[in-house]
Design a protein around this ligand. Sequence first.
Ligand code: UDP
Ligand code: MG
Length: 160
Amino acid sequence: MTIERTFVMIKPDGVKRAITGEIITRFEKVGLKLVGMKMMHIDADFSKKHYSDLVDKPFYPGLEDMIVSGPVVAMVWEGAKAAMLVRKMIGGTEPHSALPGTIRGDFTHITYDRADATGGQMPNLIHASDAPETAEKEIHLWFSEADIFDGYESVLSKLM
Ligand code: UDP
Ligand code: MG
């Protein structure tokens, strides 16, 4: 079985909503192992590095404004096919279309239309790497190896 790491970031809107704990609880309950976590307030340069594949998109300016608007909680979670699992748990990009039971589907409901009407920002609470390769790239951008603590045994690790 392939155990992999994935990168997750609670965006400023999620931190301000005070649901950081509820989100972490969901990842703990499913059996993922927390191996890195920190709070950061990133600037525009860092946003462009993180979203390097999206900087030319029309929605990027609104995304950047949102992501630098407050602190974020950055995390690394480990588990079997962790990137795919976490993407399933956060739900689709547009919260209104995200399925009930997902983080975006349960805690917010903004639509693309509404985002356009309110200046192009679409707060959807959370970011997660879309594939294992992206995850490794994002983990290296946000964390040094000294900030990763995978040398402990999670009580759930035998179940994964
Ligand atoms: N986004 C947006 N409008 C769009 C598409 C994306 O505001 O039409 C924002 C949204 O916050 C999203 C982020 O840009 O989470 C990154 O977009 P991506 O397509 O990578 O979605 P994700 O991987 O976050 O689901
Ligand atoms: Mg993405």
